[in-house]
Design a binder for this molecule. Structure first.
Ligand code: 5RP
Length: 292
């Protein structure tokens, strides 16, 4: 109970200064409620409008893939450079220090592995995501796949559950063996995610990527995909940002790079400072040399 003995009536009304009605910096996010915006503003840098998410959730369907055999040794040193981390609850509880202070894009759907058929997935409890302080719920959406309907139901359910707690949803467009990675398909997959309520969409780079970003009403983050030479990965990230992506959600091209710590810093230079690919590659080489 506050001391009420000396309460004075307030008189500073500033009647000549109207209260500002500020917009929110992220595409398609202005009508969201405060908790959602707060979480998104932790993931996306309000100055550049972009994010570098570090993805290391691969183990949930691939097991100990190259670069992730000992995440305590290979991933933990990268976390300080990421704007956001994308991982499973298993990785979070076992190797990510709770003191890391980074927003978490939590792998929220899971099911099958690469040994059987992908995309037959279920969802976690929303209370578990809240317990883990998730800032984003990442759900696989496999448009055109045998499990299309199940994955779109998962996305819809995740948006409903996340909305109760102010946690936004990331629609992750799956690309299976038989699915094209062209602008027509990726535009459709991204748009399906957004129309079903995803607040952010993760998809792949392709020829004509502007079509994908411009027809998607929410921010798109670029999935890195298979490991490329470092200059090619930086060029892909540059082109994606230049063509309207709001960042990257990159895994193998960072943690499988010759020097992952130098690479994540070079990717950040591209994503936040719009550094040209050759300059970012120079930065990569300089940082790599310095760390020898
Ligand atoms: C799988 C995922 C992975 O997190 C992500 O795609 C992996 O990142 P990268 O492709 O850059 O290694 O979402 O669907």
């Amino acid at each position: 109970m506050p001391d009420v003995d000396d309460l004075k009536e307030g008189k500073k009304y500033y009647s000549d200064t109207p209260q500002k009605a500020e917009g929110f910096f992220l595409k398609g996010s202005n009508s969201l409620e405060w908790g959602m915006k707060d979480r998104l503003a932790r993931i996306f840098n309000p100055v550049s409008g972009n994010t570098v998410m570090l993805a290391f959730d691969h183990g949930y369907l691939m097991g100990p893939t190259s670069g992730l055999e000992r995440m305590d040794l290979t991933i933990v040193p990268l976390i300080e450079y990421a704007d956001c981390i994308m991982c499973t609850r298993g990785a979070l509880r076992t190797i990510v220090p709770p003191t890391a202070g980074k927003p978490v894009s939590l792998r929220y759907s899971s099911g099958t592995t690469v040994l059987t058929e992908l995309n037959d997935e279920c969802l976690m409890d929303i209370e578990e995501a809240a317990r883990l302080n998730a800032s984003l719920l990442a759900v696989m959406v496999a448009v055109g796949d045998r499990f299309e309907a199940a994955t779109i139901r998962n996305l819809t359910r995740t948006v409903d559950l996340g909305t109760r707690y102010g946690i936004p949803t990331l629609g992750v467009t799956a690309v299976g063996k038989d699915m094209a990675r062209d602008a027509r398909y990726l535009s459709m997959a991204s748009r399906v995610c957004a129309e079903n309520g995803a607040h952010v969409v993760k998809t792949y780079y392709c020829e004509g990527f502007e079509q994908v970003t411009s027809t998607c009403p929410v921010p798109i983050v670029l999935a890195g995909g298979k490991k490329l030479p470092e200059l090619d990965a930086l060029t892909m990230a540059y082109n994606a940002i230049d063509q309207g992506a709001n960042g990257v959600d990159m895994g193998r091209n960072i943690f499988q790079a010759g020097d992952p710590i130098a690479m994540i810093q070079a990717v950040k230079a591209v994503v936040h400072d719009r550094e040209k690919p050759d300059k970012a590659f120079e930065l990569y080489n300089t940082l790599k040399e310095e760390r020898k």
